[in-house]
Ligand binder design. Sequence first.
Ligand code: PMP
Length: 408
Amino acid sequence: MNQQVIDLDRTLRARATRVIPGGMWGHQNAPRLPEGYPQYFSRAEGCRTWDANGREYIDFICGWGPMILGYNDADVEAAAADQRKRGDAMNGPSERLVELAELVVETVPHADWAMFSKNGTDATTACITIARSGTGRRKVLVARGAYHGAIPWCTPSVAGVTEEDRAHLIHYDYNDLASLETAVEQAKGDLAAILVSAFKHDLGKEHVLPNSAFARRARELADEADAALIVDDVRAGFRLDLGGSWELVGVRPDLAAWSKAIANGHALAAVTGNNRFREGATRIFTTGSFWTSSVSMAAAIATIRKLRDTGAIAHMKAMGQRFRDGLEAQAKRHGLAIRQSGPVQMPVVLFDDDADRRIGNAFCQEALARGVYLHPAHTMFLSAAHQQADIDTALAATDEAMAAVARR
Ligand code: PMP
């Protein structure tokens, strides 16, 4: 590789440490990934990304979820470009707002209305605020270890956070009926909401779908207490079911938070809700300088229509299954014990006896060196742009990566 090119990522990191605290914030900070992962990217197209040094990867992170139809999707970008010519951040919304809300209400069975913002955290936070506004109560039940965003009530870090920020959260264990019932008991008389992830997708842990007894009981408990059932569909939204992830277990929430994939990479988040919470949603004051921007809404309309009309979810499932089957066979062949979990289109691959993630990191580094961008602990993402040939090229690389790990 060209030495001058190698230096670009390094040079940018050095410059960043002078003008950005810690060089980079949050989970996109490359030092949180195994050594050798790039920090900077220059380009993305379809299911491929190029880092700042010009190295090409088949991408199984998809921008951490937003990219669902493929980077630079022609239909989505045409809709966005068309809207950009007319106007984006104006004094108020354009027609696109109403069109998008209508499309979302038509697509998502529990939704009688929708509101829009920018990030997943905006949406999860708004769900809680609306639940409190609608019920006049304070307590919110949250699963231990679940991620709902990065502001004081929910960030995984304690830096800068006060006890008061989390004063009204009560924890339960996902898929554990007894712990949910105990938490409801503790909230007695003051329960505003039960917040659940679409499925259990905690970092570094096996991913587990909601079991239907748990989902049904969560619905019942919320109803008995006249509280809101909220599904955080920020990560999984539109990858499992266009109507919302809990359609898979036949349980409909009162409120749901969406972001990541809804506009194929354009900045947008949504809250959907039913008529029970319309009043509560009407009463809160919420806004943001860019929350009515029209380009991302035009992109979302094009994304949702294309997901609906092209059978994208079935395709992602088929590709995800092909990838999973391939990895399973390779691990066996190389004598490595792996555990693959999560929906096939949102996989996580963990190695046995790997508490310090030494093996998982090594596997990802070996794959990265062969042009496949994986993550050793976080949910990965398939997209509709991953074709059979891409999966097979990726599998050829992971086969060599597993062989290299087995040799170590
Ligand atoms: N909820 C879930 C389940 C998420 O995965 C994320 C983002 N990883 C969020 C909320 C927060 O979304 P954002 O980073 O866009 O604020």
